[in-house]
Ligand binder design. Structure first.
Ligand SMILES: Cc1cn([C@H]2C[C@H](O)[C@@H](COP(=O)(O)OP(=O)(O)OP(=O)(O)O)O2)c(=O)[nH]c1=O
Length: 192
């Protein structure tokens, strides 16, 4: 029998993406602090945050494969996490307007029984259209930006801000499914 997957995330997006794959899993969100390690390159920041979440949850389980993930938006060498308020969402969206940025999602998988772990990340690039002040304000008023890295959600009305992308779409939503499948295979879990 293959290992039970435990999603170490409170993100409804990640849950929906896993459901979409028909995987059997439970959810046990991590309480791990998302402190940012500024001395690391962005890919390693995403991986470290994902690892912290998975490790935190792994401590509570004797069995199962713990999946932690973290998504960050990077532009101008700055890490954009979730905006703390509308003003910060405004700042983030103004910076993203008309330009390309990168979205990194780090993934960490830990086998709670053996302690065996794999860490990896995916990078996608996103080009925003030029946004008017009015569009930014209207978008913020949808309420979508507040719980999302970079203050937008490509899967919602945020899709109207995105001109084009390069790379994995699901990585931008919060879980790179193509990459995840290759990592699960290393633990003997085959979806197809
Ligand atoms: C860029 C972008 C981010 N996001 C979301 C994905 C993540 O849920 C969130 C980034 O925050 P994360 O810290 O990665 O995740 P989370 O706090 O929602 O959940 P947990 O820590 O429990 O795993 O931003 C979108 O939904 N759409 C997007 O287009």
């Amino acid at each position: 029998m293959s290992k039970k997957i435990i999603l170490a995330s409170a993100s409804p997006r990640r849950k929906h993406l896993l459901l979409q794959l028909g995987l059997d899993f439970t959810v046990d969100p991590s309480g791990s602090e998302e402190s940012i390690h500024l001395h690391l390159p962005p890919n390693l920041i995403a991986v470290t945050l994902a690892e912290n979440k998975a490790k935190d949850v792994a401590r509570r389980h004797k069995d199962g494969l713990i999946l932690g993930a973290d998504t960050i938006v990077v532009i101008d060498g700055l890490i954009l996490g979730k905006p703390r308020d509308k003003e910060q969402a405004m700042e983030m969206l103004s910076r993203l307007s008309g330009r390309w940025h990168s979205v990194y999602t780090g993934i960490a998988l830990i086998d709670a029984k053996t302690g065996g772990q794999i860490k990896d990340y995916e990078e996608s690039k996103v080009k925003f259209k030029n946004l008017s002040q009015r569009e930014i304000e209207n978008y913020i008023n949808t309420g979508e930006p507040l719980d999302k890295a970079g203050a937008y959600g490509i899967q919602g009305k945020g899709s109207l801000l995105v001109e084009k992308i390069e790379g994995c779409y699901y990585n931008i939503v919060g879980l790179p499914l193509f990459k995840l499948n290759t990592l699960l295979a290393e633990f003997g879990i085959e979806i197809l």
